[in-house]
Design a binder for this molecule. Structure first.
Ligand code: ASP
Ligand code: MG
Length: 419
């Protein structure tokens, strides 16, 4: 079996979905498991209709109808038959989403997962229905019955044993040549929905590749492969043909948007090769993450993370930033499932940089406020350069205000103002 993953950008319109169908059509010689994200920017939209988050009920309804229209327009373009069973399924998903988003808020992380999961349920229902309607016969699977996590909402920890058992028993029993399922979402033992963190569909594909001993895994992207920089920020990018597993983990950890940080470990454990290929040019080589000694070609790699916030924390009493205070700070971060992108401490202050999220930032301040003075600085950019030299750094930061920087032998990280 091979595992394919298609992200939001590869299924964001009727034409994109037709293109995806063509790619599947050319790859039906071996059994395929296809993991799909929410269409386009749907997850961003759903984040705004989590119970209690929209500014007003009117706003919540406006966003929901925008989401419905986006999906229904595509469904109508792809599915000719108005009475199609797929429409019925899509309608009932929209009804359930409306209900969920209108419930009384409980905990943010729990509500988050119960709401945003609809993005993947909608995309896979629509796509599976379309593929069946054009003769690409497939089986839709609710991945929440396969990938089991604990109850860490918004960042579920995967129970690999149960997941492997469920994958083997449920998926093998289907005896299907083509399975369509959701990325990003998972289920707990008690049947509630969890998610694996933003952009987590890559990780879903990797968990399933591991559990099913996949022959290979392929992520289909809007770029030709693993580039040395995001073409959105950089003009002259270089494609990296071969990337060692560990290098890919480091790069993803620093924020290389090409893959989710947790993706590589499971496939590395089984030695499964991960291909990154272009859905625009499916016959081109792409990149391979595998058991290589070094990246090929060896070239500096740049990672830009926008929308960063630097939080500075100072004890209000006479204490220093020492182990006991750090323990308190990290307990709060762990409880909120917040990932730190860079951190630094001095005697009197601890600074950490995270992806900006209004709700979580508010909670961090609220929880630390009694013991610490907490100030923050929004709208920053974190630049990470692997295999850097001074000349490269000078060029990148020319004219920018450096807020914080750290260097190790191979990696430089620089936090700058976003102007
Ligand atoms: N739909 C989710 C997100 O946008 C998961 C993913 O795309 O991988 O974060
Ligand atoms: Mg995505």
């Amino acid at each position: 079996m091979k595992v394919f993953k298609f992200g939001g950008a590869s299924v964001n319109s009727a034409n994109a979905i037709r293109n995806m169908a063509r790619i599947l059509q050319h790859n039906l010689d071996t059994p395929l498991l296809v993991v799909i994200s929410a269409m386009g920017k749907t997850t961003n939209l759903l984040e705004k209709v989590i119970p209690g988050i929209a500014a007003s009920d009117e706003e919540r309804r406006r966003l929901l109808s925008q989401c419905r229209k986006y999906h229904m327009d595509i469904a109508e373009e792809l599915l000719q038959e108005p009475q199609n069973d797929t429409f019925r399924k899509l309608h009932s998903l929209f009804e359930a989403l409306e209900k969920t988003s209108a419930t009384k808020p409980s905990s943010y992380n729990f509500d988050y997962d119960q709401t945003v999961c609809f993005g993947e349920l909608l995309s896979t229902t629509l796509i599976s229905g379309y593929l069946n309607s054009i003769g690409i016969i497939n089986q839709w699977v609710d991945v929440r019955t396969i990938i089991r996590t604990d109850e860490s909402y918004r960042e579920g920890n995967v129970d690999f044993d149960t997941t492997r058992q469920q994958a083997c028993s449920h998926l093998s029993a289907l005896n299907s040549q083509l399975i369509i399922t959701q990325g990003f979402i998972a289920g707990t033992a008690s049947g509630t929905t969890t998610t694996l963190g933003r952009e987590g569909s890559d990780y879903s594909a990797s968990i399933l590749s591991y559990c099913l001993n996949a022959e290979s895994m392929t992520i289909w992207k809007d770029v030709p492969g693993f580039l040395n920089a995001d073409p959105k920020f950089f003009n002259n990018t270089v494609k990296i043909d071969h990337i060692p597993f560990n290098e890919a983990i480091e790069l993803a950890y620093y924020g290389a948007s090409v893959i989710h940080p947790k993706t590589v470990k499971p496939i590395q454990n089984k030695g499964i090769h991960l291909n990154i290929k272009s859905f625009v040019d499916p016959d081109a080589e792409g990149s391979v993450i595998g058991p290589f000694d070094s990246i090929q070609p060896l070239t500096p790699l740049y990672i830009f993370k926008n929308n960063q916030v630097l939080i500075s924390i100072q004890p209000k009493d006479f204490s220093f930033i020492a182990e006991d205070n750090l323990q308190r700070i990290f307990a709060v971060l762990a409880m909120l499932n917040v990932r730190v992108n860079i951190m630094q401490n001095s005697a009197l202050s601890f600074s950490l940089c995270i992806d900006y999220n209004d709700v979580l930032l508010g909670k961090i301040v609220e929880l630390l406020n009694s013991q610490f003075r907490v100030v923050y600085n929004k709208g920053l950019q974190l630049i990470t350069i692997r295999y850097y030299n001074q000349h490269i750094i000078d060029e990148i930061v020319a004219g920018r205000n450096i807020i914080l920087q750290q260097r190790s032998r191979n990696t430089a990280q620089i936090l700058v103002d976003n102007q």
